[in-house]
Design a protein. Structure first.
Length: 130
């Protein structure tokens, strides 16, 4: 089974986080997620993050802070997520692929349905909300 390397952006504005909902019929469809996507061959994780967030939610990442790296085996897919907090960006995030979107507080996010690999992201973010 191949490893899927993914760059993930935790887009933060004040105490709110921007999430999108995976389209039905996709892997982990219907679940909420932090935007991001595959790191392509020859691309750095930072380049992938910048490209994916521009394509998916139309923001220009100015700077980001590494948060956590997660490896998770879904059985049908093994993923490595490199996760960054993105709190310095241009434009207002807006889902570009027709998926639901929204801004959520940390407490609101705890009640949402995320892919299993994202649970560690929420735990890593807890330190900002103690």
């Amino acid at each position: 089974m191949s490893l899927v390397h993914v760059a993930v952006g935790v887009i933060k504005s004040g105490e709110q986080y921007f999430l999108t909902r995976r389209l039905e019929g996709t892997h982990q469809g219907g679940k909420w997620e932090f935007p991001g996507g595959k790191v392509e061959s020859g691309e750095s994780v930072y380049q992938a993050l910048h490209r994916e967030l521009e394509e998916e939610v139309a923001i220009d990442v100015l700077s980001c802070i590494p948060l956590i790296t997660i490896e998770h085996d879904y059985g049908d897919k093994h993923v490595k997520l490199e996760v960054f907090v993105v709190d310095n960006f241009n434009n207002e995030p807006q889902a570009q692929e027709g998926q639901e979107e929204g801004w959520f507080s940390y407490q609101e996010m705890l009640a949402l349905d995320f892919p299993n690999a994202n649970v560690d992201i929420l735990e890593a973010l807890a330190k900002y909300h103690d």
